[in-house]
Structure formats: C-alpha cells, structure tokens
Write a protein that binds this ligand. Structure first.
Ligand code: CDP
Length: 204
C-alpha cells in the first residue's frame, strides 16, 4: 500500500502524511529531507547550491537512512534544497532509495513534490495538499518563529516558482490525485479529510 502526498511548501503535507502513517500503521518518509540534506551538505562544504558538480557529489555520497540534523528545517536549507532539486542527476541519485522505501510492508506514506507523478506513479492513493500562499507563509512564519511575514511570503513564492517551473519532475498534481485545499482547515480538520480520502480510495 503506497500513499503519495505531494504539494507546495508549508501546505501541511508533512503533518498530514505523518498522521496518515500513524493512523494506518505505515512507514513514513519525508522526501524533502533528502533534498534538504543535499542542500545542507553543499552549504557546509562552502559551495553554492547552483554548483552542479558539488550538488551531484553530495547526492551521490548521501546516507539516506540517517537524516537528523537540527539545521535541516532552516529556510536557507529549504531554498538550497529547491536549487539542487532542479538538477536531474541529483533527483536520479535519490530515486532508488525512495522507491525501495515505498515498497516497505505493510505500506508506506511518502511526502514530497513528485511522489505521485515520478517516484510512485502507481501509488494506491495520491493526495495533493495545497493552500493559498498567504496561509502557507503564515504557517511557515509560525514554524520558523520568523519576524517578517513579507520575507517568508517572498521565499515561499520563489520556492513555488522554482519547484513548479523546473524541467525535471516539476511540482504538479497527478491527474488521479485527490486535491486537498487546507487553506480553511486546522490540523485536525485537514487530517480527518485526508484519512477520509484515503479510506474512500483504499483497496482492501
Ligand atoms: O517542508 P517544505 O514543504 O518547505 O519543503 P520540503 O518538502 O522539505 O522540500 C524542500 C525542497 O526539496 C522543495 O522546495 C523541493 O524543491 C525539493 N523536493 C523535491 O524536489 N522533490 C521532493 N520529492 C521533495 C522535495
């Protein structure tokens, strides 16, 4: 059983995907962390995330089973992640791990940008979680405890643009995805809606 949860930054994918995994007893993978690890490795090496060679080497040398670093959630790392994520060789280097994870029994929930379209096009259930840019920026501002709303909104818009306009695996809803707009929902409502969508689609 594979559940794909895709959507733009700060739409609530991670919260929803984790809740689904806990509810159905499945494994959970935050695939954004893989791209964040690559971005962080490049930054720590003192390189520019636009440096293709450095990003490809970081992706090839990644240990995807070990991604706990306090700096992973920084917005600078999120921005670096979306820059390295444009590079097809970086994406290719992370593909096998993601597909292997998706096959774990009794099931797996993966959240990201291209799970339903590229990583697991045959996923049993696909959710596309979205919300308005304003609502997402408010959520991200709270999460990061950031002062300036306009700066956070600007960063979200830049990331949306880069993620949806790249040639390799752009952010887009799969044709068979259930769209979940969480703009007007709190965490409980969004989680309940996601569980209902999965239950309705689940093959028993
Ligand atoms: O948590 P947030 O939604 O801000 O970002 P994330 O899911 O941690 O992803 C960080 C960046 O990694 C995104 O902006 C994408 O550019 C990239 N990413 C991707 O290209 N494909 C994925 N499956 C997951 C993330």
């Amino acid at each position: 059983m594979i559940i794909a949860v895709d959507g733009p930054a700060a739409a609530g994918k991670g919260t929803i995907a984790r809740a689904l995994a806990a509810h159905f007893g499945y494994h959970f993978l935050d695939t954004g962390s893989l791209y964040r690890m690559v971005g962080l490795a490049v930054l720590r090496a003192g390189h520019d995330p636009h440096d293709r060679g450095s990003a490809i080497a970081a992706a090839a040398g990644l240990d995807p089973s070990n991604f706990t670093d306090g700096d992973l959630r920084n917005e600078a790392v999120g921005a670096a992640a979306s820059i390295v994520a444009v590079i097809p060789e970086v994406r290719a280097a992370l593909l096998d791990f993601q597909r292997g994870f998706a096959r774990r029994l009794p099931g797996a929930v993966l959240d990201g940008r291209d799970i339903g379209t590229v990583v697991c096009p045959d996923a049993d259930v696909k959710l596309f979680v979205t919300a308005s840019a304003d609502v997402r920026a408010r959520r991200r501002q709270k999460e990061l405890d950031a002062d300036d709303f306009e700066t956070v909104l600007q960063e979200i818009r830049e990331r949306d643009l880069r993620d949806s306009q790249r040639a390799a695996a752009p952010l887009t809803a799969a044709a068979d995805a259930v769209i979940l707009d969480t703009s007007e929902m709190d965490v409980e409502e969004a989680t309940a809606a996601a569980i209902a969508a999965v239950t309705a689609k689940r093959v028993f």
